[in-house]
Design a protein around this ligand. Structure first.
Ligand SMILES: NC(=O)c1ccc[n+]([C@@H]2O[C@H](COP(=O)([O-])OP(=O)(O)OC[C@H]3O[C@@H](n4cnc5c(N)ncnc54)[C@H](OP(=O)(O)O)[C@@H]3O)[C@@H](O)[C@H]2O)c1
Length: 299
């Protein structure tokens, strides 16, 4: 049994999901939020010292090494933050019977499937980032503390580095964009992930000895090209007074946009387990995109 849920520690402070969690988890307890300046996940001693000082009842780890391409050049740092740190957090959580909530990614898969990935599908990462995230999941499961691993995909929001903000910047500067049209996934708004996380954690008050791996992504699917087109259309609808220079958004194959890390061609996750166990279902990605624009006063 884990202890009363009154002290919640969020890791990742400035990150897309962590930022939203600071609002959605506020009603569930007393929040402490740490960024890399306050707790360095690449430093095992730092992790142990800070966690033992704070003594959280719930740790929500939304921090990660997320630079997918750069990871190919610095695998040790990526491994330390994404693979080793979750195992250390899990050991500390087991020590105090805290619940550890952690995010993972569809990059644990190779993308060769043509139907949505289940939690039980065998992982086969294509690059350093995906392999490190898979190793982090496995470390947590091996330690066997109370835990929830939430795999999500194609995250965007109004802060940090993400595809949506990149497209809006490029669309303001250029008349033509070339966007990959043969990779498929479900763009998922950071706020809907944070809201769903709060719903799930609230329910763990009833079943505190939980261990589980869950997919958690928006409903529907599109390509990066489809996402870019919707971003521009919905942005123009939401902000008719703001000018975007872009006139054409051309569909290109992945082969015309090579990256250091290979991406899965198919990233869609099957969300039926989180619906069955928690009654949680994220909206269709197009609806969330429109809602996200409506919620932003300034971009
Ligand atoms: N972004 C996506 O498309 C995507 C897709 C699937 C899954 N995910 C997963 O979802 C989770 C959250 O992703 P996100 O997009 O919200 O992340 P993000 O915006 O890239 O933020 C990551 C955060 O991790 C923190 N961090 C990095 N190195 C650290 C270190 N050594 N010690 C402590 N903190 C460190 C950073 O803190 P500072 O700002 O202080 O450096 C940053 O705020 C991650 O587990 C990620 O793998 C993301």
């Amino acid at each position: 049994m884990i202890k009363d849920m009154n002290k919640i520690l969020i890791l990742g402070k400035q990150g897309q999901i962590a930022w939203e969690l600071q609002m959605t988890l506020a009603t569930l307890g007393t929040i402490t939020v740490l960024g890399s300046q306050e707790l360095d996940l690449a430093n095992p001693e730092d992790i142990a010292t800070k966690i033992r000082q704070i003594q959280p009842d719930i740790i929500v780890n939304a921090a990660a090494y997320t630079a997918v391409d750069k990871a190919e050049q610095e695998p040790e740092l990526c491994q330390a933050i994404n693979a080793i740190a979750p195992g250390i957090l899990a050991e500390l959580a087991r020590e105090s019977q805290a619940l550890l909530v952690h995010y993972s990614t569809e990059y644990v898969f190779d993308g060769h499937k043509t139907s949505p990935y289940l939690e039980t599908d065998p992982p086969q990462p294509l690059g350093v980032y995906g392999a490190s995230k898979l190793a982090g999941e496995q470390a947590m499961i091996q330690v066997d503390c109370p835990h929830l691993i939430l795999r999500t995909t194609w995250v965007y929001g109004n802060r940090g580095k993400n595809f949506l903000l990149t497209i809006l910047r490029l669309a303001a500067e250029r008349t033509e964009l070339k966007i990959v049209a043969d990779q498929f996934g479900a763009p998922t708004w950071s706020r809907s992930i944070a809201e769903a996380t709060a719903q799930i954690i609230a329910q763990c008050a009833r079943d505190r000895d939980i261990r589980g791996l869950y997919n958690l992504s928006a409903a529907g699917k599109t390509s990066w090209h489809g996402f870019a087109s919707q971003i521009v259309d919905r942005y123009r609808e939401a902000y008719p007074d703001r000018h975007l220079a872009v006139q054409n958004i051309l569909a290109i194959p992945t082969s015309e946009y090579p990256t250091p890390a290979q991406r899965p061609a198919y990233s869609v996750l099957d969300n039926s387990k989180v619906l069955a166990d928690f009654g949680v279902q994220l909206p269709d990605w197009k609806l969330s995109l429109a809602q996200s624009f409506a919620s932003w006063e300034q971009i």
